[in-house]
Write a protein that binds this ligand. Structure first.
Ligand code: NAG
Ligand code: NAG
Ligand code: NAG
Length: 203
């Protein structure tokens, strides 16, 4: 696996400009809000293959929820995050403008992998899907959920994000792989220098 310096730098730059590096590659939680649009999680994907698996479940009531994917280009995430001049609909439109970045979490939208399940007398929309990510460079992806119709968002989610298939690297964000390799290099350099200094100390 090649870790491009340019791509890693892009991930670092994003980190410096306000988003801390993603640590947890497994994210789960409950959203319970009156907001119409909520940020869920983010991940830095390598230029090679990355994968997201999501499992999202919410009570099937009057409203439906959409899952939105944004990447780190200026016209995408930076244009919607904390942008007060964009309402929920225009934030959805930014994701929808590119192919396969807006998933209606309903049974009638086959791509999203949703089923209706009854449990304790309540019908839930239960969505599970794995998505492969491939792009020309390393980039951040940001996930949000929305319900622009109003009535709030209540859901449970489990999201796993991985880079490639090598076991010891699987759960690192691309930017952390960079850090890991820099650390290994400093340890090796340290051992070499330590060896040399012992050698001269004994002379
Ligand atoms: C915020 O949204 C407005 C309206 O869509 C847009 O003109 C502006 O460029 C956005 N701000 C940023 C920082 O992208
Ligand atoms: C999916 O959601 C968008 C935005 O809310 C909406 O415009 C569209 O009609 C929905 N599509 C389906 C198939 O439900
Ligand atoms: C759940 O959905 C099924 C099939 O759509 C329906 O027959 C049933 O009445 C629903 N149950 C509740 C509690 O809404």
């Amino acid at each position: 696996m090649r870790v491009g310096v340019g791509g890693a730098a892009a991930c670092f730059l994003f980190t410096l400009s306000g988003w801390p590096p993603a640590r947890a590659k497994y994210d789960s939680g409950t959203v319970e809000t009156d907001e119409k649009w909520v940020f869920l999680t983010k991940f830095c994907f390598l230029a090679t293959k990355g994968q997201i698996n999501y499992h999202i479940r919410y009570p099937q009531e009057k409203y439906n929820v959409n899952l939105l994917f944004y990447h780190d280009e200026k016209s995408q995430w930076p244009s919607v995050y904390k942008n007060r001049s964009k309402d929920c609909w225009s934030k959805e439109a930014v994701a929808a403008i590119e192919k396969n970045q807006l998933f209606n979490l309903t049974q009638s939208f086959p791509l999203s992998g949703c089923q209706v399940m009854e449990e304790n007398g309540i019908n839930y929309t239960d969505c599970q899907r794995g998505l492969g990510f491939k792009s020309a460079r390393e980039r951040w992806w940001f996930l949000a959920v929305s319900n622009c119709m109003g009535g709030g968002i209540r859901l449970d989610y489990k999201i796993t994000m991985t880079n490639g298939k090598t076991l010891w690297r699987r759960h690192f964000s691309a930017n952390q792989i960079g850090i890991f390799e820099v650390n290994m290099l400093s340890i090796i350099l340290f051992i070499i220098l330590f060896g040399i200094s012992i050698y001269f100390a004994r002379k």
